[in-house]
Write a protein that binds this ligand. Sequence first.
Ligand SMILES: *[C@@H]1O[C@H](CO)[C@@H](O)[C@H](O)[C@H]1NC(C)=O
Ligand SMILES: *[C@@H]1O[C@H](CO)[C@@H](O)[C@H](O)[C@H]1NC(C)=O
Ligand SMILES: *[C@@H]1O[C@H](CO)[C@@H](O)[C@H](O)[C@H]1NC(C)=O
Ligand SMILES: *[C@@H]1O[C@H](CO)[C@@H](O)[C@H](O)[C@H]1NC(C)=O
Ligand SMILES: *[C@@H]1O[C@H](CO)[C@@H](O)[C@H](O)[C@H]1NC(C)=O
Ligand SMILES: *[C@@H]1O[C@H](CO)[C@@H](O)[C@H](O)[C@H]1NC(C)=O
Length: 293
Amino acid sequence: MMATPCKPQCFPNQRLSFSLPSLVMIITWLFSVTESAAPITVKGEVGGNVTIFHLNEGPVEFFYFQRGTEYVNGYHSTKPLNDSVPWPNTRLSEDKRTLYMYNLNISHSGNYECYVNKNHERDVIQYIVHLNVTAKYTVPEVKMNCNGLSCMVTCSSYGGYPKNSMSWSIPGSQKVWKEVDSNVTEDPNTMMMNIVSTAYFNCSNGELQHNRCSVGEVTSDMFRVCTPSSTTGNYYVIPIATSALVGISIIMALLLLWKCKKRRTGAVAIDVRQEWGMDGQTEEEVELKNTAS
Ligand SMILES: *[C@@H]1O[C@H](CO)[C@@H](O)[C@H](O)[C@H]1NC(C)=O
Ligand SMILES: *[C@@H]1O[C@H](CO)[C@@H](O)[C@H](O)[C@H]1NC(C)=O
Ligand SMILES: *[C@@H]1O[C@H](CO)[C@@H](O)[C@H](O)[C@H]1NC(C)=O
Ligand SMILES: *[C@@H]1O[C@H](CO)[C@@H](O)[C@H](O)[C@H]1NC(C)=O
Ligand SMILES: *[C@@H]1O[C@H](CO)[C@@H](O)[C@H](O)[C@H]1NC(C)=O
Ligand SMILES: *[C@@H]1O[C@H](CO)[C@@H](O)[C@H](O)[C@H]1NC(C)=O
């Protein structure tokens, strides 16, 4: 996304446009003291491109764009600037009036200065450009772990900038939940932030619906806690129940096979009795059950 280029008032090409006292104007003229206009803010996103500087009109003798004492890019109408290597992620337009910055990352954030000299003027105008690079946090990922009486829910969001915090939107009573831990860490390579926040929910008042967690404008899907299924076990209750059901079905099928086999071959009742755990029962009772089924 391109930042909007500076409005004309950002780049006054006549010193007279400043309503300064005349003495200051004379001093400025004689000593070529730099004038500074109001800082210009340019917004960009990580990986994006911006127009970081644009001169609207009038001839230009030179302009230098720098950060502190570090040269970023520039132009001089009569001198080659080949002793200064421009930042590789910057490019000057053909007409030498617009400077672009590409593939932004967090370390490009900060203040830059631009020194502009118009032809036939002896003063240099200084502009301060504030580049603000941001990164969108990922949609918070929700994970929950319930033990029947309570649930611990973790919301995680990654790769954002600037630093922010996780906020929880839990309709209903404030008493049944609380944020118990929040951890914001910086990725040392990208300088971007990761947020992991954990909240505790008391399930004694039943299910809590329409919950969300969010970082700035980025919001998770709605989630429910203390649902009937989550209170009977934990988050993995469904896979466990399914595998138990499959196990029981297999045992039943095997037992049926046993019974069919027994009828045909007249296998001894004691085997079935052991299978059913009915060791204390008499052979007659077991025989009765088998014929009944
Ligand atoms: C930024 O500029 C590069 C090079 O011109 C281009 O490949 C890329 O698509 C641009 N990205 C955006 C987000 O505009
Ligand atoms: C810059 O380039 C000019 C000609 O293009 C050359 O004469 C000069 O030596 C170069 N200066 C440096 C510092 O490389
Ligand atoms: C950068 O922009 C973001 C979003 O507009 C804002 O919250 C933040 O305060 C700005 N940072 C600076 C240093 O201006
Ligand atoms: C925050 O998370 C990081 C990485 O997972 C971990 O090393 C650190 O100990 C955590 N800090 C706190 C206060 O929990
Ligand atoms: C940002 O990009 C510059 C190159 O433009 C690179 O040298 C620097 O390591 C990058 N920094 C981060 C924090 O990614
Ligand atoms: C959960 O809430 C109930 C009723 O509000 C309360 O009696 C109980 O002590 C709470 N449990 C915990 C672990 O805080």
